[in-house]
Design a binder for this molecule. Sequence first.
Ligand code: CMX
Length: 135
Amino acid sequence: MQPSHIEHIGIAVKSIEAAIPYYEKVLGLTCYSIEEVPEQKVRTAFFKIGQTKIELLESTDPEGPVGKFIEKKGEGVHHVAFAVEGLQQVLDLTAEQGVQLIDKQPRKGAEGLNIAFLHPKSTFGVLTELCEQPK
Ligand code: CMX
C-alpha cells in the first residue's frame, strides 16, 4: 500500500463549536473549513498541521457511526486516514491480504476525496481510512 503520509486524524466530539477554541487558542491552529457530510451523518471541522489535517467529527444523528461511537466510547480519536495512490487497486490487494473492508469500492468523503474504510476488528482496533485525491 505504501501510504505517502497521514492525510488526517478523525476526532469524535460532541460539539465542534465547543472543541474549536481548544484547537485554535491552545494549539494555535486555524479552522479553515466546516462541512456537513450527510452520507456519513456528521459535521466536520478541519485544521492543517503540516501535510496532515485534524478532522473534528460531530454527529448529526445518534444512529450514525460517530453518534454510536460517542455513545459507546465517549469523545476521542475515531479514525486514522492514510493517503494512498490507486485506491481501488489498494483495496483489492488489502482484501487479498485478509483485511476486512468496510468499503469494497471508494466513495466520496469530506473535501471531495475518494475514501474507503477498513474494519477496526482487522486493524488492531484502529478504524482506518484510505484516501485518494480525485484525478
Ligand atoms: N474505532 C475503533 N473501534 C470501533 C470504532 C472506531 N471508530 N467504531 C466502532 N468500533 C468497534 C466497536 O467498539 C465494536 O467493538 P466491540 O465489538 O468490541 O464492542 C466494533 O467496532 C463493532 O462496532 P458496532 O458498534 O457493532 O458497529 P457499528 O455499527 O458501530 O460500526 C463501523 C462500526 C466501524 C463498522 C462503522 O462505524 C463504520 O462503518 N465506520 C466507517 C464510516 C465512518 O466512521 N464514518 C464517519 C467518519 C466520516 C468522515 O471522516 O467524514
